[in-house]
Design a protein. Structure first.
Length: 84
């Protein structure tokens, strides 16, 4: 199942579909767990400005895209008869 990276899709749904935890994403991406939760819930009040919110959301989306590519590469390296 490939996640959809359009403006209408929820970042939380993408993260859950890729089986990533907030703590792991926070460590790899450099964004705190609280900010990840705020972006996923579309809570702009935590951020100092709307620009910071949008930049954080874009950074998360780019990170999720990179992780999706890595997961598909790993899946492609497994022979077909073992993928079941």
């Amino acid at each position: 199942m490939k996640p959809k990276f359009s403006s209408g899709s929820s970042l939380k749904k993408i993260r859950v579909s890729q089986k990533l935890e907030r703590r792991t994403v926070a460590e790899k991406c450099g964004i705190s767990e609280h900010l990840i939760t705020a972006v996923e819930d579309e809570n702009q009040k935590i951020f100092t400005s709307i620009l910071v919110y949008k930049m954080t959301a874009r950074k998360l989306e780019a990170f999720y895209k990179d992780e999706a590519v890595k997961q598909t590469r790993q899946l492609d390296s497994i022979p077909l008869f073992l993928r079941v």
